[in-house]
Design a protein around this ligand. Structure first.
Ligand code: SAH
Length: 326
């Protein structure tokens, strides 16, 4: 819901200022439409239904994976595709992965989003409407900015959306922004954001030459500066930074690469998440054995690490597979 349009429309109707809060409260709690908002006068509900679209996004498709994962494909009002994914876990965790942009201007070689056309930054309301779509299905408690796009290329709107999430039931401590290390946004995030929102860094290689090969953005912002900002984040927030490392067979998965990673990352600052590669065409995923051998090197160096559970692969909803193709 476009909250500025909502406020303007309510003002045009001469409504008191608390009305916007009432509408948002219903919406954030999963109401399906204005009709349910029984503390609003009937005529006002009808007027809003006419004048303020309940969502800025229209749902074009929804896919359900065998493991309970749901992927939604939306369109913005001006026709840009956007995808978001709901992941359900046995322990009750309900985690939503949202997009910050339609497409992505960065061209990481292993990620399908980079191969589609870049559309534009999403507005805060378009980010929140991805969340609200799933909130209408069930209560949510975790969120990651790990869908399409680079969140720190859309700093203002990503933060504006993130700041409203607690009203939908997702606390800042359960909100994670993932970045390739886009330095201007990262620096602002560390300097300005006081909320305990978590940070994840997509690293994928410790070796600068290799990292530049698979993530061209590495030429723009050297890893040393990025890691320095992560260190500052941990000093200020007292929360570790997650490091994402997608395991590509024969590319970045040797024990030598693992050793380089342990030399680069301070265990007091980082926690590594090894991600099995989800097929996007370019590469082969590392074998289980290769992932285990890689992890063993990290274990010996006492660099904390986990292997990410793959979800939603059968509906192309897994990490790196969001490309709005049907
Ligand atoms: N641009 C931000 C936000 C997207 S996060 C970032 O890159 O951090 C998406 C995560 O999925 C990133 O860690 C990304 O590197 C990872 N990923 C991309 N392609 C993948 C693939 N094919 N298999 C597994 N993970 C992938």
């Amino acid at each position: 819901m476009n909250l500025e349009l909502l406020e303007q429309t309510l003002a045009d109707h001469g409504e008191p200022s608390f009305r916007a809060g009432q509408v948002w409260e219903w919406t954030a709690r999963g109401a399906a439409g204005y009709d349910e908002m029984t503390n609003l006068p009937r005529a006002l509900r009808d007027a809003l239904a006419e004048e303020v679209p309940f969502s800025t996004l229209t749902v074009e498709d929804e896919a359900h994976a065998a493991d309970g994962t749901v992927k939604a494909l939306f369109r913005t009002g001006d026709g840009h595709p956007v995808e978001a994914v709901l992941m359900r876990y046995r322990d009750g965790r309900r985690s939503i992965c949202v997009s910050s942009q339609s497409g992505c201007p960065l061209t990481c070689t292993f990620c399908a989003t980079g191969a589609m056309r870049f559309g534009r930054n999403l507005r805060a309301s378009e980010i929140l409407d991805q969340v609200l779509h799933f909130r209408r299905i069930e209560p949510l408690n975790h969120l990651v900015f790990m869908g399409m796009g680079e969140p720190f290329l859309n700093y203002e709107d990503v933060l504006a959306a993130a700041r409203r999430l607690p009203e939908i039931g997702i606390t800042h401590r359960r909100t994670t922004i993932s970045t390739v290390g886009w330095l201007p946004g990262l620096t602002r995030f560390v300097d300005e954001v006081e909320e305990p929102i978590r940070l994840a860094l997509s690293i994928h290689a410790a070796n600068p030459r290799l990292r530049s090969q698979i993530m061209p953005v590495n030429d723009r912002y050297p890893l040393s500066s990025v890691l320095e900002e992560c260190r500052r984040y941990v000093e200020l927030r007292h929360r570790k930074v997650f490091v994402e490392y997608v395991m590509l067979a024969g590319v970045n998965d040797s024990v030598e690469r693992a050793r380089e990673l342990t030399e680069l990352l301070d265990p007091k600052v980082f926690k590594v998440n090894l991600i099995p590669y989800n097929p996007t065409g370019m590469y082969d995923g590392s074998s289980r054995e290769a992932i285990a051998a890689f992890k063993a090197v990290l274990d010996r160096a006492r660099l904390p690490s986990t292997v990410r559970l793959t979800r939603g692969r059968d509906i192309a909803a897994a990490c790196g597979q969001l490309a709005a193709m049907r």
